[in-house]
Design a protein around this ligand. Structure first.
Ligand code: KG4
Ligand code: ZN
Length: 337
């Protein structure tokens, strides 16, 4: 018997994920099936992602239950990412979750994907308590928020107050697009970090936090600056200076993020900082953030990137929806915050 557990599904992008988490935040299983198929296209193709979720979701759920040593009738509830994300991809998770919940007489808990990224920090063995600031930086989102409690209500008087978000590209997208300009594969972030390790981050002065007021982010100008610089250097020149270009470009992204975090800390007086999203794996970013905020919390990599354990974690703080009310539940691509 495994009383007090939640089975969660996450299919908002290209990873098919299922996890079982206890009510007090202990991870019993966290299964992630990454669809390698998108590499050859240089990005995620929505239709391909949906099709793969359909093929994988059943096995991923079975694996998550088996690894947790439980079965469906034994869990308390089924949680699922409702949005934001790719609608076709989300719908596979939502439809599957509804079917599983209905078949076993379980309630359903719809979860906001970004609440999930926040709730990754609430998981054992190293949970942190609000209030704290969080920077979520991935291929799909760049968000700086003040987490006031465990809940999911957004806004100044809510549980999560968004202080800043990106006006154009997400930070991970900036890494991916820069990597592509430098002839690296997808996803570009890890490859760019590796190349940058041999380069001089002060070799080129790329724009940092250019022309954006307040706590928002913008990365499109930076990407254009890299493009112009590679053109100026010419094909051979740019090839010779690849490591310097990568290091300087990475430094500009990290500094852009760091300056916003610094300002948010000054404005709110909150010193504790958490990171989330795939970009949190970046070594120089972590180092810079730790300099700024010695009380830095970075969950393990598999909890920073998209996963279902974070969705189950968020679901612990939400009201379940009973049968048959959840049958009309829809996925959403973007949400008001
Ligand atoms: O959270 P995630 O796995 O998926 C999304 O929701 O997007 O984040 C993937 C993003 C990609 O843009 C990838 O290039 C970036 O995170 N990323 C990195 C690193 N590892 C992953 N960016 C910079 N440095 C890294 N080491
Ligand atoms: Zn995400």
């Amino acid at each position: 018997m495994a009383p007090g557990t939640i089975l969660a599904l996450e299919t908002s992008c290209d990873d098919t994920c299922a996890a079982v988490v206890t009510r007090d935040g202990e991870i019993r299983s966290n299964v992630i099936s990454s669809q390698g198929v998108h590499d050859r296209y240089g990005g995620v193709v929505p239709e391909v992602a949906s099709r793969h979720h359909l093929e994988l979701v059943e096995t991923v759920v079975e694996d998550a239950l088996a690894q947790a040593g439980t079965t469906l009738p034994e869990v308390d509830a089924v949680a699922v990412t409702q949005g934001p994300g790719l609608v076709g991809a989300l719908l596979v998770g939502v439809a599957t979750a509804k079917a599983l919940a209905a078949a076993h007489g379980l309630p359903l808990i719809p979860v906001d994907h970004l609440h999930g990224h926040v709730a990754a920090s609430f998981l054992r063995p190293d949970p942190i308590e609000p209030p704290f600031l969080i920077l979520i930086a991935s291929g799909g989102h760049t968000l700086l928020a003040h987490v006031k409690d465990h809940g999911a209500s957004w806004g100044r008087s809510g549980s999560i107050e968004v202080l800043g978000s990106t006006l154009d590209d997400a930070a991970g997208e900036a890494f991916d697009k820069g990597a592509r300009l430098l002839g690296l594969g997808y996803p570009g972030g890890p490859a760019l970090q590796r190349l940058a390790a041999d380069g001089d981050p002060t070799a080129f002065a790329f724009p940092v936090a250019a022309q954006v007021a307040g706590l928002d982010f913008s990365f499109s100008g930076l990407k254009t600056a890299l493009l112009y610089k590679t053109r100026e250097l010419g094909e051979e020149g740019a090839r010779e200076r690849r490591a310097d270009l990568a290091a300087s470009y990475q430094r500009a992204i990290v500094e852009t993020l760091a300056r916003r975090v610094e300002r948010a800390r000054a404005q709110t007086g909150i010193e504790r900082l958490a990171l989330g999203g795939g970009v949190a794996a970046n070594g120089p970013l972590r180092e810079r953030m730790r300099e700024l905020a010695p009380d830095l919390h970075v969950p393990p990599r598999e909890l920073c990137t998209d996963n279902a354990a974070m969705i189950a974690s968020a679901a612990r703080f939400l009201d379940p929806v009973a049968f048959p009310d959840y049958l009309t539940l829809d996925a959403f691509a973007t949400g008001e915050r």
